[in-house]
Write a new protein. Structure first.
Length: 517
């Protein structure tokens, strides 16, 4: 038998028997932080406090919205089981919940941009949508109206957001009518099924006048046609079942006695017609005037949105060109491009964004983030400093404040440009150690600062991987330069080429004009 197969039973039972491990030995302390080489470092502790306050308020609003949403589920369930009083109690309880203004305070509420961000983070729209759906269903049961007015207590005062939630809530009400009609169809209540069909058909025709962009509202609208189709099928089948029953002589004795001898019309139907008010005083099942006003506002907002996207591209282009000029050490050209960025951003804000806070996100925010990156890179190249938010605001020359998300996004993207600078500097060999060390200090300061934050807002979390990769690559360059200084080993070109490729685009991927990566 071969030697490899003659091991004893003890060795065979120990899979680690042939491995030798060294004795434990404490390691030297890791390298000290390098960001002290910078002339200035941002106060990330202040930014952490701001994020904690935002997190606290948004969680309070989320709890409030979740309570309201549960009440809406309860209200809809009670209405489906003919408990309208119980449904009204649930609606009244929901209306009595603390308003968004009370939760966040009048000072923050006065700032429309902060108000919008907090309401979005607090899922307020989710609750409002459910409330409108339940209110529309209740009004349909009691008065035949599918489109009740928007309660002022639930409005956040930003028309495009309120209008979208209202339309989504009305579509929710139509879905509740579909379920209601199925249950009434079991009793062959053709009148109720036809009333639901007429209201939803009218709603569908009104919504078809909108030019919805690709959004949740568009997807929900696409489902309305299936509600109409279901109601049409129910109306046809219930009507057919009633006619078959009459033809077969299966009508109940009560029904036969309940027929008017003069006109042959059911007395119950005649009494409903007599009790109903005249058509001149009855409201329409769908308030077309209300929906028309919403459409006008929607079209105006959509036009402004398209214009903001188009003009934001100019800001992004100028900011990128400023960064390229800085990479070529052309500070004069970079300064001119940065001033152009500020002028373009200022005009977009004053003409479009100031009146429509919803436009602050997306493409305009992406443009400001690119602008922030260019400002930060200019300060690093010229003054060896990492701009604080206040210093960046002053350097920008903008009359409106940069958000914390835009500032932090600009800093994280800055690390990619600094990584490219380190690669280019490394080609000079030993003489580049100080400059590459400064690049490492900049990236290290941003990386360590992000660790101090309680969470990364928006989509900044996806930038942490590339940031850490840039940090490790610059450390690798310094290692190769150290070998070059002590042993005459040359820096390998492939490593530098790979790093420059990975750092390109700001360290977190190129952003498109609409703010996506």
């Amino acid at each position: 038998m071969a030697d490899g197969c003659s091991a004893g039973p003890e060795a065979a039972s120990d899979p680690m028997g042939g491995i030798e491990a060294p004795l434990a030995e404490a390691l030297a302390a890791p390298s000290a932080a390098t960001f002290r080489q910078l002339a200035n470092s941002p106060p990330f502790g202040e930014y952490a406090s701001e994020l904690l306050q935002f997190q606290k308020l948004s969680r309070h609003m989320q709890e409030n919205s979740a309570n309201g949403r549960r009440l809406m589920f309860l209200s809809a369930a009670r209405m489906q089981r003919s408990d309208c009083e119980g449904a009204k109690d649930a609606l009244r309880t929901a209306e009595a919940l603390p308003s968004s203004e009370v939760i966040i305070g009048s000072e923050l509420w006065a700032d429309r941009e902060k108000r919008l961000r907090l309401c979005e983070a607090g899922n307020v729209s989710w609750f409002v949508q459910g409330f409108i759906g339940c209110r529309g269903f209740l009004e349909m049961l009691e008065s035949g109206v599918l489109t009740p007015p928007m309660p002022t207590s639930l409005s956040i005062g930003i028309d495009d957001v309120d209008d979208e939630r209202y339309l989504l809530g009305t579509i929710d009400a139509a879905r509740e009518l579909e379920r209601y009609a199925v249950n009434r169809g079991q009793l062959l209540d053709l009148h109720s099924v036809q009333a639901c069909l007429g209201a939803v058909q009218s709603l569908e025709q009104a919504l078809m006048q909108f030019n919805f962009r690709n959004s949740d509202l568009r997807r929900r609208f696409d489902g309305v046609k299936y509600v109409v189709k279901k109601l049409e099928t129910l109306a046809y089948e219930v009507d057919l079942a009633k006619k078959r029953g009459e033809a077969a002589g299966n009508a109940s004795k009560t029904d036969r006695q309940d027929v008017d001898s003069e006109g042959g019309e059911p007395l119950a139907k005649k009494r409903r017609a007599e009790a109903a008010p005249s058509s001149g005083s009855r409201p329409l099942a769908v308030d077309l005037k209300l929906l028309g006003a919403i459409k006008d506002r929607y079209d105006a907002f959509d036009s402004s949105r398209e214009l903001a996207i188009k003009r934001s591209r100019d800001v992004i282009k100028s900011a990128k060109n400023a960064i390229f000029a800085l990479q070529r050490d052309d500070l004069r050209k970079a300064d001119g491009l940065l001033k152009q960025c500020a002028r373009d951003a200022e005009s977009i804000y004053k003409e479009l964004v100031a009146g429509l806070p919803s436009l602050r996100g997306g493409s305009f925010s992406a443009a400001l983030e690119e602008f922030a990156e260019a400002l930060a890179y200019r300060a690093f190249r010229r003054d060896r400093t990492l701009l604080s938010r206040a210093a960046m605001q002053e350097a920008s020359g903008l009359s409106f404040p940069l958000t914390l998300l835009e500032y932090l996004g600009g800093l994280m993207d800055l690390t990619g440009e600094v990584g490219r600078l380190a690669v280019r500097s490394a080609s000079r060999g030993r003489q580049a150690v100080d400059e590459v060390s400064l690049c490492l200090a900049c990236v290290d300061a941003v990386y360590m600062g992000m660790q101090d934050l309680p969470f990364l807002p928006g989509g900044l979390g996806k930038k942490m991987g590339p940031l850490k990769g840039t940090l490790a690559k610059i450390e690798g360059i310094l290692y190769e330069l150290a070998l070059l200084s002590h042993g005459g080993i040359s820096v390998t070109a492939p490593a530098c080429a790979v790093l420059e490729e990975e750092c390109e685009g700001g360290g977190a991927g190129e952003k498109t004009a609409d703010g996506t990566a």
